[in-house]
Design a protein around this ligand. Sequence first.
Ligand code: FE2
Length: 250
Amino acid sequence: MTSIDWSQHPPFIYPDYKSSVLRGPTQSMLDIGALYAKASAIRMGELSGSLTDRFVPGEADHDLIRNAQQGGAPLGERIVVSGRVLNQQGKPVPGVLIEIWQANSCGRYAHKVDQHDAPLDPNFRGVGRCLSDRDGSYRFYTIKPAAYPWKNHPNAWRPQHIHFSLIGQSIDSRLVTQMYFPGDPLLGFDPIFNATPGSAQERLIATLDLGITEADFALGYHFDIVIAGCRATGQEEKTAESRTATNAES
Ligand SMILES: [Fe+2]
């Protein structure tokens, strides 16, 4: 994940996305090559081996419909989200840790910072994870998230979306992005979606896929993630990578 074509990604500062103005870097980057090389050597010693060797997902980690139930099923539309992690040559990338987080079917995160006046669902936490398999494939079961208001500008609403984080061989090879749903009328009004260059926006939108749909249970959405190169899935502006999304910020 080291070769990044930044023309496919949003800028650090996108004025319509207000908080990016506050946290985006305003000074030129430091050359930390030597320091990084030294730190990498240390990390290589600490983190040798693949994530597959060191991390075994729990049985229900990929199933957000089941992984937080407290005696009942979560409310909302059940969906399956599946796809493959690919490199820029279109080859599958196995063993990538994929983590997702999202709002519930009422548009609220199960997080103390989210104070949106919408119901929480005691049977839905909105967090899941899995490893891409030998074919680069992944599969999540979840509830379709709703739109929610945020404080970016008057009457601002985020389109329906699911946050994705992908980590390869080490924590410094991380991609953070968001998946959107086809036909969402809010997309054109969303400064976070609009911050991604137009040519790359379609790669942030899943496609309805009846091949993924499970009959009588859940609709399926296909979302492939390309981790580098000119076909890369757009990454969030970099300073947002490590935070958990909140209603106040995204
Ligand atoms: Fe969000």
